[in-house]
Design a binder for this molecule. Structure first.
Ligand code: FES
Length: 109
């Protein structure tokens, strides 16, 4: 999978707004994203809605590098966006993330 590219960097939150092994919702310009902090303190971003029935993934559960959707327990690898089994079969889109001066930035197009 090719690395996602960014044409615009958006200041999303303070790095401490996301606990380790957790996810938060971030809305910008009519779009919804999910921001993750992994157990090894890395940050990731995906589209914020499940590809199955458009439920907010930020209401789901993070386990290692997996986000589990709160509605039907579909799972994605949030590092790659890959759907990890039924009922989800469409991957999530991922976005680049950088941390600068304690702030988390998401790169969008
Ligand atoms: S809405 Fe996410 S698994 Fe069904």
């Amino acid at each position: 999978m090719a690395a996602p590219t960014a044409s615009q960097w958006i200041d999303a939150c303070d790095r401490d707004d996301i606990d380790e092994e957790d996810v938060i919702r971030f809305d910008h310009d009519g779009r919804t994203f999910a921001l993750y902090r992994s157990p090894d303190d890395a940050y990731f971003a995906t589209d914020g809605l499940c590809t199955h029935e458009k439920v907010h993934l930020a209401d789901g559960l993070v386990m290692d590098n997996i986000i589990e959707c709160p509605k039907h327990n579909g799972r994605f690898d949030y590092r790659t966006g890959e759907a990890k089994g039924a009922p989800v079969c469409v991957n999530l889109r991922t976005y680049p993330v950088k941390v600068e001066d304690g702030r988390v930035w998401i790169g969008i197009d």
